[in-house]
Design a protein around this ligand. Structure first.
Ligand code: HEM
Length: 479
C-alpha cells in the first residue's frame, strides 16, 4: 500500500519479462556490470526484469534497476522502505550458511543500529589517523618481500598486503598469539566469498554432491566450525578495543551473550568488508598509475616531499593532495563495491514509477560514477578533475550513502594511501606487454585471473603497456 502524501508515480518501469528476463538474469549473474550497462543503454535510468511466478510465494519476482544519484538517494536514504537483504546467498533454513551470513550488512532496524554503534569506535578518524605509522611498518615489510625483476602476479601480493594491514590494525595485532590463525580465517573467508559470488553457485542453489552449491554449503560449515571457537578465545578479555574483541564481548541487541554462529557471521562480514574492498582499491590504483606515466610522476614528486619511511604521520599524509585525487579517481572508475541491492518493504515509488512490495532494487555505483554530467570524459583516469570537485554521497557512491554509509571509509582510504606511498617509493610497477586484464564483478570489482607485472626498483621510467581484455570497457587507456 502506498504511504499517504508520498509522490504519485505515473506508471510501471520499462520492463523485460518472459524469456528475455530469464536471459538477462543469467547474463546478470555472469556479468552484472555489462548487463546493467546494456539495460541502461536500452531503457534509460530505470528498467525492470520481471518473472511472473518467480517469488517464493508464487507471485511475481521483480528486479528494478535504478541508475543515478536520484535513485541512489531515494533508496539508500530510506532504509525503512528499502531494507538490505545481505550480500551473501541465503542458504536453506537451519543451514550453516543461513546462520553465518547474518553479519551487520544483512541486518535491519534496531538490530542494525545496535551493531553499527558497537563497531564505530575503532574506525573513527582520530583512531585511524593514529595508526598511520603502524600501517606503514606492515606495508613496508610486505613491499620488501616482493620479488623484483621477474614476471609476477600483482594480485596475490596486493591481497596479502591489504589483508595484513587490516588484520593487524583492526582485528588481531601482530605479536598476538593468534595472528597466524587470523590469516587462516581470512583465507577461508576469501574462499567462501568467492564461492558465494560464482554464477554457477547462484544459478542452481541445490545442495546435491557434485553441484557447486554443495561445495559452498560445506565451506559455510567449515567456517562456522572454525570462526566461532577461534574468536571465543577472546571472551572475557575486555582490555582490548579491537573489532574482534568488541564482537566477541558485546551482548546482542537483546542484551544476551552473542552465540557462536552470530559471532562467526560478524567476523565473516567484517573481515570481508574490510580487506576485500581495500585490496581491490589498491590493486586498481597501482594498475592505473602504471598505465598513466604523468599521474605517476606527479605522485612520486609529491611522495618525495613526504617524511621518510616510518616517520610519516597522518597530517603529512592527509596534506598530500595529488595522492588524495589519485585515490578518489581510481575508486570512482573502479568502485570496489560496484553494485548494491535492496528490497522494497511495501508498495512505493522510485522516481516516476511505482514498484511493488518485495521488489529487488539494484543500484549501480559503477554507472553513477561515470555519468558524463557529473564527470566529463568519465571513462578517463584524470585525477586533476578532483581539484575543486565535491560530489555528494549519492553522486560518488564508493562508500554507499545515507545511514548505512561505510563506517570504514576513512580507514580504507588511509590504508590505500599509506600502501601506495610505500610501494611507489620503492618500486615501479610495469604491466607486462600484451597482458590480458579482465574484470570480475561479484561482491567486489576485482580482476578475473592474474595481473602480470614486473616490479622494478623505482627509476621513474614510467611507460604504459598495451594490454587486452575487457579492462578497456572500464577505462579509456592510451595503450
Ligand atoms: C576502500 C575501502 C572500502 C570501500 C570502498 C567500502 C565500501 C562499502 C560500501 C559500498 C558499503 C555499503 C554496502 C551496502 O550497503 O550494500 C560498505 C559497508 C560497510 N563497510 Fe565498507 N568499504 C571499505 C572499507 C571498509 C573497512 C576497512 C571496514 C572495516 C571494518 C568496512 C566496514 C564496513 C561495514 C561494517 C559496512 C556495513 C555498514 C552498515 O551496514 O551499516 N569497510 N562499505
Amino acid at each position: 500500500m502506498q504511504v499517504p502524501g508520498e509522490k504519485q508515480p505515473v506508471g510501471v518501469p520499462p520492463r523485460v519479462s518472459g524469456l528475455g528476463a530469464i536471459f538477462s538474469a543469467a547474463r546478470f549473474m555472469a556479468d552484472p556490470i555489462g548487463t546493467t550497462q546494456r539495460l541502461y543503454d536500452r531503457f534509460g535510468p530505470v528498467a525492470e526484469l520481471n518473472f511472473p511466478l518467480g517469488s517464493d510465494t508464487g507471485g511475481a519476482l521483480s528486479f528494478v534497476f535504478g541508475i543515478g544519484p536520484k535513485y541512489n538517494e531515494r533508496v539508500l536514504g530510506d532504509p525503512a522502505t528499502f531494507r538490505t537483504s545481505g550480500i551473501m546467498m541465503q542458504g536453506p533454513k537451519g543451514s550453516a550458511q543461513r546462520r553465518i551470513r547474518d553479519g551487520i550488512v544483512g541486518m535491519n532496524g534496531p538490530k542494525h543500529v545496535h551493531y553499527r554503534k558497537m563497531l564505530l569506535p575503532p574506525l573513527r578518524r582520530p583512531i585511524v589517523d593514529a595508526m598511520v605509522s603502524r600501517m606503514a611498518e606492515v606495508a613496508l615489510r610486505n613491499v620488501e618481500g616482493w620479488p623484483r625483476g621477474q614476471i609476477v602476479d600483482l594480485w596475490p601480493l596486493v591481497k596479502r598486503m591489504a589483508q595484513d594491514i587490516t588484520i593487524s590494525m583492526l582485528f588481531v595485532a601482530e605479536g598476538d598469539g593468534d595472528h597466524a590463525e587470523a590469516h587462516h580465517a581470512a583465507d577461508m573467508i576469501n574462499e567462501h566469498m568467492r564461492l558465494n559470488g560464482l554464477a554457477s553457485v547462484k544459478a542452481c542453489p541445490v545442495d546435491i554432491p557434485g553441484l557447486p552449491f554443495h561445495g559452498m554449503m560445506r565451506s559455510a560449515e567449515r567456517l562456522e566450525a572454525y570462526l566461532g571457537p577461534w574468536a571465543l578465545k577472546r571472551r572475557g578479555d575486555t582490555r582490548r578495543d579491537d573489532l574482534l574483541s568488541i564482537i566477541v564481548n558485546s551482548p546482542d541487541e537483546e542484551g544476551k551473550p552473542a552465540t557462536d554462529s552470530a559471532i562467526a557471521g560478524q567476523i565473516l562480514t567484517l573481515f570481508g568488508a574490510a580487506y576485500e574492498t581495500c585490496e581491490t582499491a589498491l590493486l586498481w590504483a597501482l594498475f592505473l598509475l602504471a598505465q598513466h606515466p604523468e599521474a605517476a610522476t606527479k605522485l612520486l614528486d609529491e611522495i618525495d616531499g613526504l617524511p621518510d619511511d616510518g616517520t610519516m604521520l597522518a597530517p603529512e599524509l592527509n596534506s598530500a593532495t595529488w595522492l588524495d585525487a589519485v585515490v578518489r579517481e581510481s575508486m570512482r572508475l573502479m568502485p570496489p563495491v560496484p553494485m548494491q541491492m535492496r528490497v522494497a518493504t511495501r508498495d512505493t515509488e522510485l522516481g516516476d514509477y511505482s514498484i511493488a512490495n518485495k521488489t529487488r532494487v539494484v543500484l549501480s555505483p559503477y554507472l553513477t560514477n561515470r555519468m558524463p554530467g557529473l564527470y566529463p570524459e568519465a571513462n578517463k583516469f584524470k585525477p586533476e578533475r578532483w581539484n575543486g570537485l565535491d560530489p555528494n554521497q549519492y553522486e560518488y557512491v564508493v562508500f554507499s550513502g545515507g545511514p548505512r554509509f561505510c563506517p570504514g571509509a576513512w580507514f580504507g582510504t588511509t590504508m590505500v594511501k599509506v600502501a601506495l606511498v610505500h610501494i611507489m617509493r620503492q618500486l615501479r610497477v610495469e604491466v607486462v606487454k600484451g597482458a590480458r586484464i579482465d574484470r570480475q564483478a561479484t561482491i567486489t570489482l576485482a580482476p578475473k585471473g592474474t595481473v602480470p607485472v614486473v616490479l622494478r626498483g623505482q627509476d621513474r621510467q614510467f611507460a604504459p603497456s598495451s594490454v587486452t581484455g575487457d579492462i578497456h570497457e572500464l577505462v579509456a587507456l592510451e595503450a
